[in-house]
Design a binder for this molecule. Sequence first.
Ligand code: FMN
Length: 209
Amino acid sequence: MSHANQMCNEITMDIDNRAAGKSMAKDQGPEMRRDAGPLSKGHNGQVDGHSFRKALGRFPTGVTVVTSRNANGRNVGATISAFASVSLDPPLVLFCITHDSETLAAIQETGRCVINVLAEDQEPISTLFSAPKVDWSQAVLRDSENDYPQIEGCLAYLGATLHAVHTGGDHTIVVLLITDVIATDGRPLVHHRSAYSRLVDVGPQGEET
Ligand SMILES: Cc1cc2nc3c(=O)[nH]c(=O)nc-3n(C[C@H](O)[C@H](O)[C@H](O)COP(=O)(O)O)c2cc1C
């Protein structure tokens, strides 16, 4: 049995047990429990960087590339997984980016960007846009009505204007107002435990709202 199938079966059993009202701790064998022991405490009231990254890596995310154009007309872009929805009305999202990012500088100059949500086959695009000086000749751009670069073949595009910026430690929290969207069918690229991954279905798919 492949690792993915085994994981899928474990998750399905988990869901079946909960539906039957069974206690997981009682009904699962020791091999299925993931008892991590006590939380490890950091020094000076904060956990160390390695433990922090390790724990956060257990939280899977999608992968986006945030693209913009600076005041000199040069395309810029960065791979970003720290992306989340903020508000429905008005429609706001946020992403977190290092203070010294040139993509951040361009968004602050021009007030606009596009969030390209990567599809499962776009790992090379994620790698390309995680380099400091992106070789844009390696990315196929799609024709778009607005001026901003959009990467061909993505799962969704969210056009945005800058709403607010906040400082969050060594990153800047960028809050964006979404002005236009495109969502296509397909599957997302997933990032989990410092590696790329794909989604596995574990049950009937819900109707999209
Ligand atoms: C999968 C993946 C996710 C990343 N997520 C983030 C992120 O959320 N925030 C961030 O600041 N950098 C993130 N990075 C690193 C940036 O992509 C990288 O620092 C990039 O060079 C920034 O581009 P810029 O400085 O040209 O704007 C990520 C890299 C990878 C491969």
